[in-house]
Design a protein around this ligand. Structure first.
Ligand code: PMP
Length: 311
């Protein structure tokens, strides 16, 4: 993967600064202990409007702010201000292509102990260009030996920076074994998700996905898929524990996430899913999703926040 191409401006310690000047000290708590909480948000460039449409900005900021309580975080910016920072950075980037926004709240005090109470936090944010993160035409994936971190070890519902060691171990093992992506199981052997994406099976026209109690990151794309499946296509959606071998025998399988978007899985552990192509339900959800994120479906336009690009 090429190095990230960042917008010229970042938000750091309460100010808009050149991205190269946004630097933390090696003494920072979050750098030492992974005590950061972040989001990943996509913006899609709409050329007719000459604007980047930021997808479900409110829901992303809301997830991060809700999870402050887990890490005992407190920052001066309100949720509305955090949203404004995201919009402003996209605008200042001047990018006229798809982008990815990375807000991070992190424990910044210089305190040796790995504790939470009384350790101060700050907010920073940057924007990068981002096209497709994974191939959206079909992935060959493998179940890896690493287990998904459990909610009672490192809370799986929170996007903490430290927890991405788990994702890195999983995706690295999958890549080294020749797969495009990983499927990660829980300690009890049931299915959790991909390395940084949720997962849906299609069985007899029903969508099945592991519930929040299965140590998943409760994805915003997952919620989007569930809503579109029910509302637009009248599909049943069931949240329940999923066994590994169900993946082998299901009709269709796909990943979803802000980065992954909707990405069909072609095979699991070298076993073809269905006929190996993109299944019909995955295809219609994927097509509709791309229309929605590009702001072309009026009903869901409220999910898209326009940045208005600067010249
Ligand atoms: N699981 C993990 C571990 C992730 O990092 C992500 C990406 N944020 C997802 C699932 C998908 O979540 P979302 O749809 O909110 O991006």
């Amino acid at each position: 993967m090429p190095e990230m191409e960042a917008g010229r401006t970042a938000y750091f310690e309460g100010n808009y600064v050149p991205t190269e000047d946004a630097q933390v000290s090696i003494l920072t708590h979050a750098f030492n202990y992974g005590t950061g909480l972040f989001e990943g948000i996509r913006g899609y460039y709409n050329s007719e409007e000459d604007s980047v449409l930021i997808f479900r900005l409110r829901e992303h900021i809301d997830r991060m702010v809700r999870n402050f309580s887990i890490l005992k975080m407190d920052i001066p910016e309100s949720s509305e201000e955090l949203e404004r920072v995201c919009v402003e950075l996209v605008k200042r980037s001047g990018f006229r292509e798809d982008v990815y926004i990375r807000p991070i709240c992190y424990k910044n005090d210089r305190i040796l102990a790995p504790k939470l109470t009384g350790v101060g936090s700050k907010f920073c944010c940057y924007v990068i260009k981002l096209g497709d993160y994974v191939d959206v035409s079909g992935l060959d994936v493998g179940v890896v030996s690493w287990r998904r971190l459990s909610d009672n070890a490192i809370p799986s519902r929170a996007k903490t920076t430290g927890s991405y060691v788990n994702s890195a171990l999983a995706s690295d093992e999958a890549a080294q074994a020749g797969f495009d992506e990983a499927i990660v199981l829980r300690e009890d052997g049931s299915v959790a998700e991909g390395s940084a994406m949720n997962l849906f099976m299609v069985m007899d026209d029903t969508l099945i996905t592991p519930p929040p109690s299965s140590d998943i990151l409760v994805g915003i794309t997952r919620a989007t898929v569930m809503e579109l499946a029910r509302e637009e296509f009248g599909l049943d959606v069931v949240e329940r524990a999923v066994s590994r071998t169900e993946l082998y025998v299901c009709d269709e399988l796909f990943f979803c996430g802000t980065g992954a978007q909707i990405a069909p899985v072609r095979s699991v552990d070298r076993r073809l899913i269905g006929s190996g192509g993109t299944g019909p339900i995955t295809k219609k959800l994927q097509d509709f999703y791309f229309e929605v994120v590009q702001g072309r479906v009026e009903k869901y336009r409220h999910w898209c926040t326009p940045s208005g690009q600067s010249h």
